[in-house]
Each structure stands twice: as structure tokens, then as C-alpha cells.
Design a protein around this ligand. Structure first.
Ligand SMILES: *[C@@H]1O[C@H](CO)[C@@H](O)[C@H](O)[C@H]1NC(C)=O
Ligand SMILES: *[C@@H]1O[C@H](CO)[C@@H](O)[C@H](O)[C@H]1NC(C)=O
Ligand SMILES: *[C@@H]1O[C@H](CO)[C@@H](O)[C@H](O)[C@H]1NC(C)=O
Length: 593
């Protein structure tokens, strides 16, 4: 009888999920090739409803959870397990720094329902989890990237306490996704002449290595010699390959209209890749595992085609094949919805952050070193229209050592809500994200993009630059109506850097000289704790060299050398947590100060 009731609940949970299209959509990502993670968020109660499907033997255990950057140790789990009486348990547990599980004092994996394995050994279970349970052992689910970790193993178990989440498992893995998706454009109707254009890989034999970046250059169809708007883009994944296609980007080969680009198809880093394809760099679309289609707000579309538009574009697919599966053929890609019935506004992109040059550096062996790129009030003042712009999407970007990115928004000295942030950023998970709601940016506002880097495993200094081993700190913001401004980035001013290198030479006896290569000076510094702290302070205080450029590549009028960063007189308090015990704890601290 009990079982029948449970089956019924699972059934209504699932059918409820599939009939409710209004606001709460269901999302799904594969967990390796053996399991799927299905979820829906309930923004009002701040909970996530999660449903796991996996295949395994009858008495196996399955742990699903979260951790800061995808590690199995120091992770927070909800575990389904079966004891030797064949009783089913579901517990909130955490793994310590050795990966050993402990049942949590506070049980926060709620509303558990499950369905016994069927004839295909497929087990399903569902539960809910609050974003913030206020428990010190629980992971706080935040906006941005969430690292989902899972393990499964053979049962039955005598107890959950003491289980080794790594050594006792038969398989385990980590997936990244944007769990808290709030952005959704409802009532977005496409014109009747909308058509679908697919840019797909052509029967790629996916190499049996962990990471492959595959590039395919294509010529757009002739009809796109007339300007169109992209209204939506999204994944077109070949069925059965969902776990292999990790992320995809489409680049425009932004050259002159008659620049011809070879129709290359092959690994992106192959020596056979023609040099001429290197101009295919301007991002048109980006998708990563777990993301839905990106739908432009109804006021705007992304311009593609037209008489001045070079007709070549390139698809880049990152195949992730840790199981080293052989002989997989793939023709996945991106599908676009296009119309020639243009919307009111062309969408635009502005680059915020740091310039791609070696004037900014990250010392080696740092757990978290921050660099900030400024878009100052004077630049938005001349670059944005009087009525401002609406930012609806954002793609954060760093290279390998970036761990956090945020863009702060300042108006008249007062800090507003951040434009976007990701406290668990990974270079391996980049997507253009819809903001929960469009952010209005006015001329005279300033935007500060700050990135944190972890260089613990680097022995040499890391410099700003284009190469994958160099670093970047960028936020590509997507907005309308199209403005003059396209690049609003900074670096330390030449004068400040010259003074710093002279100081390091004369007082610290380092081989630094601004008139040599900047990178050489940085590489010559022997990094000590004090020198690292001094560099941090220098970057915080030094005047800026601003790049305030328009979309035709020219500089907007103004004085952009030795500019001051726009001051933040009223910084935003850290977001309050709705946790009685934690808040009263804070209050006590306040009183004692
Ligand atoms: C289900 O698991 C049992 C062992 O527990 C195995 O004998 C059987 O072949 C499995 N069935 C399928 C369809 O995989
Ligand atoms: C670090 O720099 C030294 C000196 O330039 C060089 O010999 C070494 O190969 C570099 N190490 C790495 C990992 O690049
Ligand atoms: C901005 O424009 C100037 C002048 O055209 C150019 O030298 C500079 O490289 C541009 N900066 C960026 C970041 O595009």
C-alpha cells in the first residue's frame, strides 16, 4: 500500500512538471552516461525540486550533492541508500576533507519520494532543497555556476556514516550548470516568417580523449545577404550524445565583406587549421550543458547578415569524453531562429573589464588574487544614449585561473545591485546568461568588473593577454538599444606602472624597467607576501588608462589616460541571509564592536 502511494506521488510530480509551461520550466542535465538530474526552481519558497534517474543494481546507493568547485571532499550530499533489512533511507550528509560521509544533524533534503528500480534497473527519486538551509554543513545554492557532484556504489550498507564517497563508489562525476535560472521571457511571439537555421557539426568522429575542441567554418545561406534578426538560439544535440557535448560557441568571421575563409572542419588546435580562420572570433552565440535556448527580449534581436556582413561563421564544439567512449559520431550544433521582420532595436554587445594586455599581472602561488577593470562614469557619459540602455544578458569570461567574476554597478556614488556575478565561475562553463530582469544602465553610471584568480599551481607570474595561459577579466554585456560604446575597459595607467617599476628597482632591488618589455619586468620580480600585497594595493589605488571605444574601433572623445576610477561612496552591504541564528550571531558581533 505504501508503495502505491509513493508511485502515485512520483507520477503526479512528473506529470505536474510536464504540464506547467508558464513560468516554472523543468531543466535537465545528464550526469555522465548513466544518470540524469532534472530540476525546477520555486522562486517564492526559494527551493529547488530535484529528481534523479539512474540505473544500477537493486540495493545500490546514490549520492547527489553540491560543492564549491566540484570536489567530492567537503561536499554536501543527499543520499539514497538501503540497509541490510532492505529498508530504504534518504539522508542529508556531508563529506569531510577525506571524503568520509557524516549524517548531518540538520536534515535538509526534504519531501523524499522514490520509485523502485523497473525492469531496466532504472530508479527514480525526488526531493526538495532550500537554496539556503542556514546549516553550516550545507552548501548555499547561489546564482551563477553550481557544481553538482554525484557518486553511486553497491549496497546494501550497514550505515551511511563512514562511507567513503570516493573509494566506496563504483562511479562518480561532476557536472556544472546554472541551477538558479530566473530569466525567462514569456509572451514572446515570433513573426510568421521566422525560420530555423542549423549550424551543425558534420558527422564528427568524436576522439576518445577527454577534451576535444572541434571547429567548423560555414558560409551563411544567400538569403542572409539581407539583414535578419536572430530571435533565439539554442542547442541542437544529436540524440544519445547529450553527455558528450559540453559547450558550443558560434563565432562570426568578422572580416571585410569579400574576405574569403576556408571551410575548415577539424580540431581547433590542429596545425592544419588555416590561419585565415583565426578571424572567426566575434561571439554570436554561446551555449553550455544545462542551458536552455537563449531567447532575445521582444524589443530586440541580434543582427546577422546584410550587405556589409562577411558571410562566414564558425561553430566550435567542446566535446568532453572522460569515459573515453570510442566510435561516437556526432552532428550536434546550434539552431537559430531568424526573421527579416526586424524588431525595434538591434541588440548590442559591450565589453567590460580589463584590456587584453600585459600591464596587469597575477603573482604565482595565490589562492585568490583580484584584478578589476573599470568602465568609468565619463565613458558611459559620452557612450550611452540619454535614456540609457537595458542589459538583458551577460557572458563572463576569464581563462584558466579565474574562479569568480562580478560586475558592480554604481550610480552617483551609490552602489546598486550587481549587474551580474558568479562566485563559482569556471572557464570550462561559459554561457550567455539571461539576467533575472533587464538592468537599466544610464549615462554616468560606472561598472566595475572584478575577477579572482587562483594561481596556487603556477610557479611564474600570470600576465594579461590573449593566450590561454594568459588571463582575461571580461564581461560581455548584451543590451538594447544599440549604443556608440563597444569597449569600456581599463588597465593601470602607464605613469603609475612606470613609477612602480622604478620603485621596485630602486628600493627593492628588482630588475624592473618600464622601458623594457612590461612582461619581462613582471617576470623578473621575486614574489614575496609583502610584494604581492603591495601590488594589490597599487592596482586598487592607481589611476587608469581607459579604453573607451566605439563600435567602429575609434576612441570616443575624452581624456582617457590617468583617469580616476569612479568612487564608490556607498558600497552595497553583503546580501542578508534569511537565517535567524546566523543573523543574531552577526548582531552580537556588531554590539561587541
Ligand atoms: C538489472 O540488474 C541485475 C543485477 O542486479 C542484472 O542481472 C540485470 O541484467 C539488469 N538488467 C538490465 C536490463 O540491465
Ligand atoms: C617559469 O619561468 C622560468 C624562468 O623564466 C622558466 O625556466 C620556467 O620554464 C617557467 N615555468 C613554467 C611552468 O612556465
Ligand atoms: C581603442 O581605440 C584606439 C584608437 O582607435 C585603439 O588604438 C585601441 O586599440 C582601441 N582599444 C581597444 C581595446 O579596442
Amino acid at each position: 500500500m505504501k508503495l502505491i502511494v509513493i508511485l502515485f506521488i512520483i507520477k503526479t510530480v512528473i506529470s505536474l512538471r510536464s504540464s506547467d509551461h508558464h513560468q516554472l520550466s523543468i531543466h535537465k542535465i545528464p550526469l555522465g552516461s548513466e544518470a540524469t538530474f532534472n530540476w525546477r526552481i520555486q522562486p517564492i519558497d526559494e527551493t529547488v525540486e530535484i529528481e534523479i534517474h539512474y540505473s544500477a543494481d537493486e540495493f545500490s546507493w546514490f549520492a547527489i550533492g553540491f560543492s564549491k568547485r566540484g570536489e567530492f571532499k567537503n561536499a554536501d550530499y543527499c543520499v539514497l541508500w538501503i540497509d541490510w533489512h532492505r529498508d530504504v533511507h534518504f539522508n542529508d550528509a556531508w563529506s569531510n576533507e577525506n571524503g568520509i560521509l557524516n549524517i548531518d544533524e540538520h536534515q535538509d533534503c526534504n519531501g523524499f519520494v522514490w520509485k523502485k528500480p523497473d525492469i531496466n534497473n532504472l530508479t527514480k527519486f525526488a526531493f526538495t532543497r532550500k537554496f539556503d538551509t542556514c546549516d553550516v554543513h550545507d552548501y548555499v545554492i547561489e546564482r551563477g555556476t553550481t557544481h553538482i557532484v554525484w557518486s553511486k556504489g553497491t549496497g546494501p550498507l550497514s550505515s551511511l556514516n563512514g562511507l567513503d564517497i570516493i573509494a566506496d563508489s563504483t562511479s562518480s562525476s561532476m557536472s556544472r550548470t546554472e541551477l538558479l535560472k530566473f530569466g525567462k521571457h514569456i509572451n514572446n511571439i515570433f513573426p510568421t516568417d521566422t525560420w530555423k537555421y542549423e549550424l551543425l557539426a558534420d558527422q564528427v568522429r568524436v576522439p576518445d580523449v577527454e577534451t576535444t575542441y572541434w571547429c567548423r567554418v560555414q558560409r551563411l545561406p544567400h538569403i542572409l545577404s539581407k539583414k535578419h534578426h536572430i530571435l533565439q538560439f539554442g542547442p541542437a544535440i544529436q540524440k544519445g550524445n547529450e553527455h558528450l557535448v559540453h559547450h558550443m560557441e558560434v563565432f562570426h568571421c568578422a572580416g571585410s565583406i569579400d574576405a574569403s575563409v576556408p571551410l575548415y572542419s577539424g580540431p581547433c588546435d590542429s596545425p592544419d587549421r588555416p590561419q585565415a580562420t583565426q578571424i572567426c572570433k566575434k561571439v554570436l552565440a554561446a551555449w553550455a550543458m544545462g542551458a536552455d535556448a537563449f531567447v532575445y527580449p521582444k524589443e530586440t534581436g541580434l543582427s546577422i547578415g546584410g550587405e556589409q556582413f562577411n558571410p562566414y561563421i564558425m561553430l566550435e564544439i567542446h566535446y568532453n569524453n572522460p569515459e573515453r567512449i570510442k566510435e561516437k559520431i556526432d552532428s550536434s550544433g546550434i539552431e537559430f531562429y531568424l526573421t527579416e521582420t526586424l524588431r525595434k532595436y538591434d541588440a548590442g554587445v559591450i565589453e567590460l573589464g580589463l584590456e587584453y594586455i600585459d600591464k596587469m599581472a597575477i603573482p604565482p602561488r595565490q589562492e585568490s588574487f583580484e584584478l578589476s577593470g573599470h568602465c568609468i562614469a565619463e565613458c558611459t557619459g559620452v557612450g550611452l544614449p540619454q535614456s540609457g540602455i537595458y542589459v538583458f544578458g551577460s557572458q563572463l569570461h576569464t581563462h584558466l585561473t579565474g574562479t569568480k567574476v562580478q560586475t558592480r554597478h554604481i550610480r552617483d556614488g551609490q552602489e546598486l545591485s550587481p549587474l551580474n556575478y558568479d562566485n563559482h565561475y569556471s572557464t570550462h562553463f561559459q554561457e550567455i546568461r539571461l539576467l533575472p530582469k533587464p538592468v537599466h544602465v544610464m549615462p554616468g553610471d560606472s561598472l566595475i568588473t572584478t575577477c579572482s584568480y587562483n594561481t596556487l599551481d603556477r610557479e611564474n607570474v600570470t600576465l594579461g593577454g590573449f593566450s590561454i595561459s594568459d588571463e582575461m577579466c571580461v564581461n560581455y554585456i548584451h543590451y538594447y538599444p544599440n549604443a556608440r560604446l563597444e569597449v569600456c575597459k581599463s588597465s593601470i595607467s602607464d605613469d603609475a606602472l612606470r613609477t612602480y617599476f622604478r620603485y621596485m628597482r630602486e628600493w627593492e632591488n628588482q630588475k624592473t624597467n618600464f622601458d623594457d618589455e612590461i612582461s619581462t619586468s613582471y617576470k623578473n620580480i621575486e614574489w614575496t607576501k609583502i610584494r604581492v600585497a603591495a601590488l594589490h594595493d597599487l592596482y586598487q589605488a592607481a589611476p587608469l588608462s581607459m579604453q573607451c571605444n566605439s563600435s567602429d574601433g575609434s576612441r570616443l572623445p575624452g581624456l582617457w589616460d590617468n583617469s580616476a576610477a569612479t568612487p564608490v561612496k556607498l558600497p552595497l552591504a553583503p546580501p542578508a541571509r534569511d537565517c535567524p541564528s546566523i543573523n543574531s550571531h552577526n548582531n552580537n558581533l556588531d554590539q561587541s564592536m
